[in-house]
Design a protein around this ligand. Structure first.
Ligand code: FES
Length: 165
């Protein structure tokens, strides 16, 4: 299958390359060291996640094997191959948070959101993840939503926190 065939029909209709916005970044970083990670970051920012189709596009553009691109994508946890939610929830399960109830928060959120760790809610609002210390150990247990840190969280506060989003 060639590239044009593998792209979605909506993009073919208007004759646009579906990942054309990425070409500028590819041209900019093509000859730079560590370019693959830079380009993957930009691609994820532009398209929300790194689909196989997008990985193929980048591999072809950089003249690299797909296995190399996929290897980098799967190695780093900040890259995602599935669509992410509008907001990312990260509950800390580092030692301090774990012993002060972090696991209870994880369990409660799994139930409320209806997703497992790593999942995205059906309405696309939240992606739910865990972290290994977010620098708020003194006020554990802690969690983050996007860049906002919530300290001394307990399960009774969760509804109020989520309702802000
Ligand atoms: S262990 Fe949770 S913030 Fe450090």
């Amino acid at each position: 299958m060639n590239n044009a065939q593998s792209h979605c029909s909506c993009c073919q209709q208007d004759g646009m390359e579906p990942f054309a916005e990425l070409d500028q970044a590819i041209d900019l970083y093509r000859d730079k060291e560590g370019n693959l990670i830079q380009i993957l970051h930009i691609a994820q920012e532009l398209y929300g996640h790194l689909s196989l189709e997008l990985q193929e596009y980048i591999a072809t553009a950089l003249n690299k094997p797909l296995s190399e691109v996929s290897g980098v994508v799967t190695f780093y946890s900040f890259f995602s191959t599935t669509p992410r939610g509008e907001h990312t929830i990260r509950v800390c399960l580092g030692t301090a948070c774990y012993v002060r109830g972090g696991k209870k928060i994880v369990d409660a959120l799994q139930k409320t959101l209806g997703v497992d760790i790593g999942g995205t809610t059906e309405d696309g609002k939240f992606t739910f993840e865990v972290a290994r210390c977010i620098g708020a150990c003194g006020l554990a247990p802690a969690m983050m939503i996007d860049d906002v840190v919530y300290k001394q969280v307990n399960i009774n506060k969760l509804d109020a926190i989520l309702s802000q989003y």
